[in-house]
Design a binder for this molecule. Structure first.
Ligand code: UDP
Ligand code: MG
Length: 318
């Protein structure tokens, strides 16, 4: 069966939400008059969610369930769903109804009419999030903007539509700790935005404790910015220069009779070895950084489809 739209939903201990999700999502998707499927990824839930999902599956033929053996985290759960979904378009949406299902229809319309590959859901209003969540989110996006030169739209979470081409490109990336909201913009597909009002969690409590938020921030920073590594390089180089100065001073003081016997040779040995080590460490950091970006395998440029009238002989100037 041809599937036009796949809706990927990560589910982690959402027994309170699942019935509500079905109640709201199903009418929207049935109303699209488009062949669709829902790919619910059970991210190692330990409550009644797996049982509920099996029950839903029997009543709703388009509802597919993927069960992960252990809790792999929000991003990994979405990645698993994207790898298994079959649609021409895919929408990732939270299970807790904070992302209104009605917006899915709008996203699909925009993707078709504007012929874009990605439609970001941008939160116009986050007043339903806690002040803590809003504050940390603002700090997160500001830091990523400053350090990572990312094109990621502000306040866009993981509620987004992607074309088959985009998802194929995402799936092909070898990266393990993918932060999709940063990886997708980095792939450079034509995109549009739709703003929506972030709603209150329909039931249950957040599955994103501080520890998981920190994990996500660290993954974002280390996979989209060389800044921490560069910092190590600079520390190494600056420390190395200092060590060389100390070496020079130790030599100089041995000629000026200021030094205690034995001091010069000790300091000279320590500081010269230190200088060499620190500078080499910095250099090593640069190479490690380059290997890392190569391994991530993200595109370094994007060729747009409408430039294929440029042939080789044009480049050669004939
Ligand atoms: N989630 C998941 N695995 C996790 C944590 C969360 O699959 O380890 C799912 C969760 O079930 C929900 C979505 O990710 O569908 C967003 O989580 P949540 O609503 O708890 O995050 P918040 O909105 O509080 O940031
Ligand atoms: Mg939520």
């Amino acid at each position: 069966m041809h599937v036009e739209l796949s809706v990927v939903v990560p589910v982690y201990n959402e027994e309170d939400v699942l019935p509500l999700l079905v109640e709201r999502l199903r009418p929207v998707l049935d109303g699209l008059s488009t062949p669709y499927e829902v790919v619910a990824v059970d991210d190692g839930s330990t409550d009644a969610s797996p049982v509920l999902m099996q029950r839903i599956r029997h009543e709703w033929p388009q509802f597919r369930v993927v069960r992960l053996r252990a809790n792999a985290g929000h991003q990994a759960a979405i990645s698993a769903g994207l790898a298994l979904a079959r649609g021409d378009y895919m929408v990732t949406i939270d299970a807790d109804l904070q992302d209104p299902p009605e917006v899915v229809e709008q996203m699909l319309q925009i993707a078709r009419s504007e012929r874009v590959d990605v439609v970001y859901g941008v939160r116009s209003d986050r007043s339903t999030d806690t002040a803590f969540k809003r504050g940390t989110a603002r700090a997160f996006y500001a830091t990523m903007r400053a350090l990572a030169k990312t094109e990621a739209p502000m306040d866009a979470g993981d509620f987004r539509l992607m074309s088959r081409a985009t998802v194929d490109a995402v799936n092909a990336l070898p990266e393990h700790h993918r932060v999709l909201r940063l990886v997708v913009p980095a792939l450079g597909f034509p995109s549009a935005k739709v703003t929506y009002r972030r709603e209150e969690r329909a039931a249950g409590s957040s599955k994103y404790p501080l520890s998981k938020m920190i994990r996500l921030s660290l993954d974002s920073l280390t996979s989209h910015s060389m800044a921490p590594l560069r910092l190590a390089t600079w520390f190494g180089l600056i420390g190395g220069v200092f060590a060389m100065l100390i070496f020079a001073y130790a030599l100089w003081s041995s000629f000026t009779d200021r030094a205690v016997a034995g001091w010069t040779s000790t300091v000279a040995a320590v500081s010269s070895v230190g200088a060499v080590q620190l500078i080499c460490l910095g250099l090593l950091g640069e190479y490690v950084g380059r290997m890392y970006t190569m391994m991530q395998g993200r595109p370094t440029y994007f060729v747009a489809h409408d430039t294929d009238d440029l042939h080789l002989h044009d480049v050669a100037g004939s």
